[in-house]
Design a protein around this ligand. Structure first.
Ligand SMILES: [Zn+2]
Length: 150
């Protein structure tokens, strides 16, 4: 490599450096560099922050869960709005017999499911009494006329 080659090489290096400087001074590149710097800072500090923030968040969440459960369990249900069941009417001699076990449905003779009480004061499974009233329009025990209206 002679002196001229060295000069050419040096000039080329200068040109390349000039181009790089121009690129770096371009606003988009500046923005990108700033963005990368910020991302580096955030990622290094973010993990540190996460180390403390995550347990605090979980503890706070668990505390709030416990607190709301405490409030719910301490809430007294207002029973003044719950209607009292109707007084049971006299059983008709031709009506169905009332089972000895009060949990048994007089219609299907199984343990009641989805209990419904008629205005005559007797409890049945909802599907049983609904179908019975639809067909017979009366209480199966008192034989009093009933409709499906509540
Ligand atoms: Zn039933």
């Amino acid at each position: 490599m002679n002196m001229e080659d060295y000069k050419k090489n040096h000039e080329n290096k200068e040109k390349i450096m000039e181009i790089i400087r121009n690129i770096l001074q371009n606003s988009d590149v500046k923005f990108t560099r700033k963005f990368l710097e910020i991302m580096k800072t955030v990622s290094s500090r973010g993990f540190e922050l996460l180390k403390y923030a995550l347990p605090i968040f979980v503890l706070t969440f668990k505390f709030m869960e416990w607190w709301t459960n405490q409030v719910k369990s301490n809430t007294v249900v207002d029973q003044s709005n719950i209607p009292t069941p109707p007084e049971a009417l006299e059983q008709h001699p031709d009506g169905l017999p009332i089972p000895d076990d009060v949990t048994i449905c007089p219609l299907c003779h199984h343990k009641r499911t989805n209990t419904a009480v008629t205005s005559t004061g007797y409890a049945f499974c909802y599907p049983c009494i609904f179908n019975y009233i639809e067909e017979n329009q009366r209480c199966p025990i008192t034989l009093v006329k009933l409709t499906q209206k509540i």
